[in-house]
Design a protein around this ligand. Structure first.
Ligand SMILES: [Zn+2]
Length: 138
């Protein structure tokens, strides 16, 4: 059976208690997934009327952590680490425009996934740096 929007609305109207339970579980799962920092970011995003609930600091931390696992690099970053970095270095240290997160010593080259190994480097500068580093290794 395929559910149409109308079917769902009818079901929701007939089962308000089940709907509440479903919403409650969905909210609990979200809280568990995002953690307190993430929930605050979500709240702020909602206040700002933004649909994209993931802040770039979240993406940066997550991307760095995924890369660290891939390269077996020690360390794990949290959103606060990224925010602290961007507070310290508000713009790309190379071109002064944009912002991003770069491991000063690349994870692939034995760098650690820790705040002391981070700098603010925008994506284009990051790519340029990486190309140079890769040539040096090869
Ligand atoms: Zn740059």
């Amino acid at each position: 059976m395929t559910w149409t929007k109308e079917d769902r609305k009818r079901w929701e109207a007939e089962h308000p208690d089940k709907l509440r339970e479903y919403e409650r579980r969905k909210a609990a799962r979200l809280r568990e997934r995002l953690g307190p920092e993430g929930m605050r970011a979500l709240w702020r995003a909602k206040q700002a009327g933004r649909r994209n609930v993931m802040t770039s600091a979240h993406w940066a931390a997550r991307t760095a952590n995924v890369a660290a696992v891939k390269y077996g690099a020690p360390g794990r970053l949290v959103v606060a680490d990224i925010r602290a970095l961007w507070d310290r270095q508000p713009a790309c240290v190379s071109c002064g425009n944009g912002r991003g997160v770069d491991h000063i010593k690349a994870l692939a080259l034995g760098g650690t996934n820790t705040p002391d190994n981070l700098q603010n480097l925008c994506p284009p500068c990051n790519r340029t740096k990486w190309h140079t580093e890769r040539k040096a290794v090869a």
